[in-house]
Design a protein around this ligand. Structure first.
Ligand SMILES: Nc1ncnc2c1ncn2[C@@H]1O[C@H](COP(=O)(O)OP(=O)(O)OP(=O)(O)O)[C@@H](O)[C@H]1O
Ligand SMILES: [Mg+2]
Length: 563
């Protein structure tokens, strides 16, 4: 029971993004964005390890991607659920450990903003995230000291935020292109009901790929191979082209880049960008077609199109979308923050906050889940669906299977996700064995899949012969996130030194000046060097008012110089 004197728990919504993370809270009947230590609402999902062994997060870490790429990590959400480890100096981290560091920073920002301790949050994940990736996200939150009250699909969260603002959206397609993932969701507003009809996506398609394509095209034009470039040179070129990409809306851009004592230039306008991105733009089509087909709609049947995610600012993407749907997309709310606002609204729903009690949301399972069964000539590896994609969740479905041979001592249940007829082409989720009593005849089993609103799967197998039931929740994951691995992660994070929140504005400016120094040459570089020295001197004098004034002034100058 909650103590009558203690404040109600904060209703946090977190968008843990590939490029940026955002935190919002439901307060006084609306969702509010929470600023970080720098006063920004977007916190870059980047982690860096300082030379003195301290962890740096957010903007400071992002600046260090170019100056200290071997000690910094970005876009780790793309590898959630894999074995990949990121090396930061002499320390290795898993994607969920790095995500946990970002979540801890957001938790601290929320606690500072709200003045109370925060222990729960609704966290958004790409609709197309697998069971494994969802579990890893929950574990990352646990490492950060946050209990996940619900995982919500990112486009659904965005739809929820729009549902609070608009009364007449009807049939809507949410097109969510972030830094690393692409999700398409078709839904219908019949307020207070928001009903998702179909959801699909590509976990390896986002704004980062548009930048990578520019890097490749630019290197090709210069007849340079990527391999001989050292990590720093590659990181600086990528950083420069990321900036160029974001300025393309203002008109054609020219890149100036110096490498190995040679100055180079590269010209980019919208037409050339369009050509370079043609394969990526084409890849955006397949999930759109599938979502519409699954929802049994044609593009002209949609009343609205909502764009979410920073990469929908690309004019090439907007043009493609406008051509496909024949009308201009709707982008009333900020595409960068709408997911976090929706997640906070979902937290309020979950807590039955009066202001929002009315909104009812139904979501779907975006992929087909099933098991491997024997079929066909060679009697192996067929995929037998149990829950079809776009089934409304929560759901529980059962199917009967038979052992294939007499005297069989066990039956192996191998669980897969995907849309292909053979399991080898789908994603393996888990496998376990159910013991049988050997008999002359083959035996029947009922396999039940229960998929909850967080997108997590439980399996029950019943032996028909004796009614014996075997429950299996999927926690022995293929990549080995067992209790031992979890304990190691907890220990590793507990042993880290993290830069205190208060010191972040100064560390961020120092990192920004170092990055600007690395980028520039000649007089400009000399000037930046002087600023860096002066700022370090002011820091060592430890006069807070002077430090703050100097920091503000230098940040302003760097803003004006676009550095
Ligand atoms: N003005 C702009 N023009 C083009 N692209 C932009 C612009 N601003 C941001 N982006 C791109 O948006 C992407 C980041 O978007 P966003 O913050 O929505 O992603 P995310 O939520 O972190 O990622 P995801 O949702 O895939 O996990 C980056 O690839 C960035 O380059
Ligand atoms: Mg996003």
């Amino acid at each position: 029971m909650q103590d009558a004197a203690s404040p109600p728990p904060a209703l946090l919504g977190i968008d843990l993004g590939t490029t940026n993370s955002v935190c919002a809270v439901w307060q006084s009947g609306k969702a509010i964005l929470i600023p970080n230590a720098l006063g920004d609402v977007l916190t870059p999902s980047v982690v860096s390890l300082d030379e003195d062994g301290h962890i740096l997060l957010g903007k400071a870490a992002r600046s260090r991607l170019t100056t200290h790429p071997e000690r910094s990590a970005a876009a780790f959400k793309r590898f959630m659920g894999s074995d990949k480890r990121f090396q930061l100096g002499d320390q290795g981290f898993s994607p969920e450990e790095l995500s946990a560091l970002i979540l801890s920073a957001l938790k601290q920002d929320a606690e500072t903003f709200l003045g109370v301790e925060v222990s729960e949050a609704v966290i958004s994940v790409p609709a197309y995230f697998s069971d494994e990736q969802r579990k890893r996200t929950v574990f990352a939150a646990e490492l950060a000291g946050l209990a996940v009250t619900r995982l919500i699909n990112e486009p659904t969260a965005a739809a929820m935020a729009y549902g609070l603002h608009e009364q007449s959206l009807h049939r809507t397609l949410v097109f969510d292109l972030g830094g690393g993932t692409f999700d398409v969701t078709v839904l219908e507003y019949a307020l207070p009901l928001i009903e998702v009809h179909a959801s699909t996506g590509d976990n390896f398609l986002g704004g980062e790929d548009f930048t990578s394509a520019l890097v490749q095209a630019c290197l090709d034009d210069w007849k340079l191979a990527r391999e001989p470039l050292d990590t720093k040179a590659a990181a600086s070129l990528e950083d420069a082209l990321e900036q160029l990409k974001c300025k393309l809306l203002d008109g054609p851009q020219t890149l100036h880049w110096e490498h190995a004592g040679q100055r180079r230039e590269w010209y980019l306008d919208n037409e050339l960008a369009h050509r370079i991105w043609a394969p990526l733009l084409l890849r955006l089509r397949a999930p759109i077609d599938q979502a519409l087909r699954d929802a049994r709609l044609r593009p002209q049947d949609l009343d609205n199109l909502v764009l979410v995610g920073g990469a929908t600012r690309l004019s090439a993407v907007q043009k493609m979308v406008a051509t496909l749907f024949g009308h201009l997309p709707y982008r009333h709310l900020d595409p960068d923050t709408v997911v976090a606002l929706g997640a906070a609204a979902q937290a309020a729903c979950k807590a039955r906050d009066q202001a929002i009690e009315e909104l009812i949301l139904t979501d779907v399972c975006p992929y087909t889940l099933g098991i491997s069964s024997m079929r066909g000539e060679d009697n192996s590896g067929a995929f037998s669906p149990i829950i079809e994609r776009n089934t409304v969740i929560p759901t529980s479905r059962e199917q009967r299977f038979y052992s294939s041979l007499p005297h069989q001592r066990f039956i192996r249940i191998a669980v897969y996700q995907g849309e292909r007829p053979w399991v080898q082409d789908n994603t393996f989720i888990d496998a376990f064995e159910v013991p049988l009593t050997p008999t002359e005849e083959t035996q029947a089993i009922d396999v039940r899949f229960s998929y909850d609103i967080n997108g997590l799967l439980e399996i029950d197998v019943t032996l028909l012969e004796n009614g014996e039931r075997h429950s299996h929740s999927i926690d022995h994951t293929p990549n080995g996130l067992d209790e031992e691995a979890r304990a190691r992660s907890r220990q590793r994070l507990a042993g880290l030194k993290i830069h205190p929140r208060e010191s972040l504005p100064n560390r961020t400016l120092a990192a920004r000046l170092e990055r600007a120094w690395a980028k520039s040459t000649g007089n400009e570089r000399q000037q930046i060097g002087e600023w860096l020295d002066a700022f370090n001197q002011i820091l060592s004098a430890q006069q807070t008012a002077d430090i703050n004034e100097s920091r503000q002034q230098l940040n302003r100058i760097l803003d004006e110089l676009h550095l």
